[in-house]
Design a binder for this molecule. Structure first.
Ligand SMILES: [Zn+2]
Length: 193
């Protein structure tokens, strides 16, 4: 976004004018909260603001919807999709931790059952599958782009113990991490689904 447009949108935020309601969302980087441009909360400093074209983009970047202006309500993005985007952001952020359905659900203050059902409805797969996809993506990149050992890479994507990592990687790709690093492509079992 160029400075001129930024100034224009920011001015509407300062004045709480609805001009850009539904067009831009105000991400406040200091609080990691995303608002409607008309939010009644204290006006954030321009230097702390990033405008997003969609609420989903802001949620994927790790922002949480403001409890006051509720940008997820009555918008183009249904609450279910907003929830799924929040889960994706959390997984992208914490994929190297022991990330269970219960952990994710607790962070969102909803029941694990509810989370599993809604997430699957929106994305077609479970949060556990998404966690594995993200882990696989990072493992692949590190195998090709870093000099880290197999054990280190396994650890960096949440697998303690190289044999556990190698077994998992092999099941997903049909080849070992070392073979992948040496140029074999394998078949990503997620892409081929
Ligand atoms: Zn707000």
């Amino acid at each position: 976004m160029d400075q001129k447009l930024f100034d224009l949108v920011y001015e509407s935020v300062v004045k709480r004018e609805p001009t850009y309601e539904g067009v831009y969302y105000t991400g406040v980087r200091t609080t990691k909260i995303v608002c409607r441009p008309t939010c009644r909360a204290r006006t954030p400093h321009a230097t702390n603001v990033t405008f997003y074209h969609s609420l989903e983009a802001a949620l994927r970047a790790g922002f949480r919807p403001c409890k006051r202006c509720k940008p997820e309500a009555n918008g183009a993005l249904r609450p279910d999709a907003a929830l799924a985007a929040q889960v994706d952001a959390m997984i992208e952020d914490r994929y190297n931790e022991k990330l269970t359905l219960a952990t994710l659900a607790a962070s969102l203050a909803i029941s694990p059952y509810h989370l599993q059902r809604i997430y699957k409805q929106v994305t077609g797969h479970s949060p556990a599958e998404q966690t594995e996809r993200v882990r696989l993506k990072h493992a692949q990149r590190r195998l090709l782009e870093s000099d880290a050992t197999i054990a280190e890479i396994g650890m960096s994507v949440g697998y303690n113990g190289p044999s556990h990592f190698t077994t998992w990687f092999g099941r997903r790709m049909g080849i070992s991490p070392t073979e992948y690093r040496n140029g074999a492509r394998g078949v990503d079992s997620y892409d081929s689904q």
